[in-house]
Design a protein. Sequence first.
Length: 262
Amino acid sequence: MKSRFYSASIASAVLMILFFLSGCSKKEVTQFGQFGLHLSTQIDTNTVAVEGQLYPDHNGRLMAINDARFYISSVSLQKTDGSWYTIPGSLLLKTYEKQDYNITSVVPSGNYSAIKFYVGLDSLTNAINPAVDSNATNQDSVLSSTLEPNMYFGAGEGFKFFYFSGYILPSGSHSPVAVNYQIGGNANRQLVTMSGLNFTVSQGRVHFVSIVCDYGKLFEGITISNSLNGNGNSFGNTAQANTATLVADSISNMFSYVPFQP
């Protein structure tokens, strides 16, 4: 009887081990790729290639960009099951002349259907002192007061989330209006969500999503003249702060997804 008991016990133990190993062999191992953004600077369908050159917007109003840059942070991708994956450390500074931005953190391989990100910085990052080292790398480089002097208001006010300088020729006018917008403050951090993308991140590869940044749409519906809405500053006088908020509220209109063309 004792021998039979031991035999049965051993057999049961072997079955349990085999069951465990079988379960382990079927467990999926998460694979990873990388993600990037291809951000083209346009005014309507015109790619901005030359600083200070006038291009027509959707309504025929002429615009020129001297400098344009903004922070993108907390980039998140939506899986096909509806859940969101926020890419760790996703922070970049989009400048008008640069298009490709590879986010170095890894992303789980798989299919995704949407993307969202903030134009601006979270309140904790916005409260830090900027790096002053001109040799700063990674995130420090885009938060450097040495490398990016136009992107910081000062202590107590924080970073400029969005900076634009250029010219706009109002309809019916022959004299371009010099415009300058410096937008910051935690209340002006803007969320941009884009759905219907349907893309795949593959193991060991970088997948770029192409997005148009159309500055013509940024100012669509905003009247601009020498005396109205030409200067926006979130920490300026009342008129400047009101203009900054008006422009900030229009930031999400800038972005449109460009489907991949094989």
